[in-house]
Every structure is written in structure tokens, then in C-alpha cells.
Design a protein around this ligand. Structure first.
Ligand code: THU
Length: 139
């Protein structure tokens, strides 16, 4: 169980990270904040590229930052996205990010789609990626 203050903190950090987005092509700014099982938070933003393909989403930025610092066990992620001059949406993670979550996160991993620190939708990874393929398939 993740307490309400922690969820609000995660959501606010995701919202704040939108200011670091590099999204000159889509003008769609996304921030994220992922919580490790031992209580650390790593943040991310989307970083686009003129060749389009190398662009990376906010969620994967946060995950690769955490994994590269030795953290592989996660409890939750908050995501905040919307057009640069528009309102925040309940911005769901793309399919590639869901699959990357699947690599490291349990089915009960929480995904918060934040419009503000207190206004968010809550899902689990199992909700958003049912019948998935993962590391156990290769055992
Ligand atoms: N994007 C994310 O960073 N996360 C999402 O959950 C959805 C989409 C980014 C990718 C691209 O930079 C921009 O939003 C528009 O698709």
C-alpha cells in the first residue's frame, strides 16, 4: 500500500519534470517519477530527436536512470502529459513503455496518470498489459 502523500509527491514530481521535456516536434510534454521498493524516486521526461526513432518517452527515461543506478525493483510510477500550452491529460503510457515496465515491475505495480497532485487515475501494470510476455517466458 502506497500512502496518499507519497502518491501526491510522485504526481507532483512528474508534473514538475515536464519543464525538462525536450519535445520540439510534438510539443507534447511528458514528465514521470518512479518509486523504488526501497523508497527512492527517479524522474524522467520525454526527449525527442530530429530522426524521430531515437526519441525516448518520459517513463523509459526514469526507468533507465533508476536501473543504471542499480535499482530494479519498483512500486509505482506517475506520468503527467499534455500539449505544451494545453491542460494536462490522463496520459497513459505507450505500448513500448508498458513492455519495458513489464521487464522490471510486478503485475501489481501502480501507474498513476496525473492531471494534478490530487487528481489522478490509478491502474496496475496488469490492467494495462494483460496476457503479457516477460522474462519468465525465457526461463
Ligand atoms: N510520450 C511519453 O513520453 N510518454 C507517454 O506515455 C506517451 C508519449 C512522448 C513521446 C513523444 O515525445 C511525445 O510524447 C508525443 O508522442
Amino acid at each position: 500500500m502506497i500512502d496518499a502523500n507519497t502518491v501526491q509527491d510522485l504526481c507532483q514530481k512528474a508534473i514538475d519534470m515536464r519543464s525538462e521535456s525536450y519535445a520540439p516536434y510534438s510539443d507534447f510534454l511528458v514528465g514521470s517519477a518512479i518509486l523504488t521498493d526501497d523508497g527512492k524516486i527517479f524522474t524522467g521526461c520525454n526527449i525527442e530527436n530530429s530522426a524521430f526513432g531515437p526519441s525516448i518517452c518520459a517513463e523509459r527515461t526514469a526507468i533507465v536512470k533508476a536501473v543504471s543506478e542499480g535499482h530494479r525493483d519498483f512500486a509505482a510510477i506517475a506520468i503527467a502529459g499534455g500539449k505544451r500550452d494545453g491542460e494536462l491529460q490522463y496520459c497513459a503510457p505507450c505500448g513500448v513503455c508498458r513492455q519495458v515496465m513489464r521487464e522490471f515491475c510486478k503485475p501489481s505495480f501502480k501507474i498513476y496518470l496525473a492531471k494534478s497532485a490530487a487528481d489522478y487515475q490509478e491502474f496496475t501494470l496488469a490492467d494495462l498489459l494483460p496476457e503479457s510476455f516477460g522474462p519468465e517466458n525465457l526461463e
